[in-house]
Design a protein around this ligand. Structure first.
Ligand SMILES: [Zn+2]
Length: 235
C-alpha cells in the first residue's frame, strides 16, 4: 500500500512562493466511527491534520481544495495582508514542517485559515462555521476540554449566523441537519434546554421528510437530552 502521506508541490497564488506541503491520500483514510456532531474517529492517520495549506512566506492559508482555486484578482484585502506579512520581520509560527503533523500544529493552521477567510470578498458563512467546528474536533483530539468548550461556543454562534443568513445549506445535511448540529453543540456545552429547543426546531423543519436518517438521530438525541433536563431539574 502506498504511504498515507505525501508531499505536494504548490505555488502561493498571492506571493508566488513555491513550496511543499504534506497531504494525506484519500485512499488511506479509515473511518472507525462517527460522533454525534459528524466528526469521524479514524484508524491510523487523521486527515483533519492535513486538510489545509499554509504558505511559508506570507502565511496565506486555505482549505486544500480552495488554495489554488481562489480568485486573486477579487481578493484585495488578502493581497494587502500577504504583502504586509511577507515584509514583516516578525518570526513566523513553526507550522511548516513536512511529514506527520499534530493537532496542536493543525489548530494554528486552521486559525490562519479562519483569519484569511474572514478577509474574503465574499465570506462564505458555511465554510467559516465548518472551520470553527474543525477547531472543536482538533481540541477534542488534544483532549483539551477547556479549549473545546470555547471553540464549541464560537462554532455554535457561527452556525447560527449561517442558518439565519444562508440560502444554500449543504444538501447532505439540509436545514434539519444544520439545526440538529447546533443543538448537539449546545448539548455538548451542557445547555440541555437550548439543545432540546434546536432538536424540536429541526424535527419541525419542512425538509425533515427528506432526511429520515437525521430525523432518527434527532429523536434519539432528544430523548437522551430530555432525560438530562429532568435530572438537572431534580438535582
Ligand atoms: Zn504566499
Amino acid at each position: 500500500m502506498a504511504e498515507a502521506l505525501w508531499n505536494y508541490k504548490i505555488k502561493c497564488p498571492f506571493c508566488g512562493t513555491q513550496f511543499e506541503t504534506t497531504r494525506m491520500r484519500n485512499s488511506a483514510i479509515r473511518v472507525k466511527e462517527q460522533e454525534t456532531d459528524f466528526s469521524n474517529i479514524f484508524e491510523g492517520e487523521c486527515p483533519y491534520l492535513y486538510a489545509v495549506t499554509v504558505c511559508p512566506t506570507c502565511t496565506f492559508a486555505a482549505k486544500n481544495t480552495d488554495f489554488e482555486k481562489i480568485r486573486v484578482q477579487a481578493e484585495a484585502k488578502i493581497m494587502a495582508a500577504s504583502k504586509q506579512l511577507r515584509a514583516s520581520t516578525r518570526p513566523k509560527p513553526d507550522i511548516f514542517g513536512l511529514g506527520p503533523s499534530t493537532p496542536e500544529i493543525a489548530v494554528k493552521r486552521y486559525e490562519l485559515v479562519i483569519a484569511f477567510y474572514k478577509m474574503r470578498y465574499v465570506v462564505e458563512l458555511g465554510v467559516l462555521a465548518n472551520m470553527y467546528l474543525q477547531l472543536v474536533w482538533l481540541y477534542r483530539l488534544m483532549k483539551n476540554k477547556e479549549k473545546e468548550q470555547l471553540a464549541l461556543a464560537q462554532a455554535a454562534a457561527a452556525y447560527e449566523n449561517y442558518l439565519a443568513k444562508a440560502y444554500n445549506l449543504p444538501e447532505s445535511l439540509g436545514e434539519p441537519g444544520i439545526i440538529y448540529l447546533i443543538g448537539d453543540m449546545y448539548r455538548r456545552m451542557e445547555k440541555y434546554k437550548e439543545a432540546c429547543r434546536f432538536f424540536e426546531q429541526a424535527l419541525a423543519s419542512k425538509e425533515i421528510k427528506d432526511y429520515p436518517k437525521i430525523a432518527d438521530m434527532i429523536r434519539d438525541m432528544m430523548m437522551m437530552t430530555k432525560e438530562k433536563v429532568q435530572k438537572t431539574a431534580e438535582a
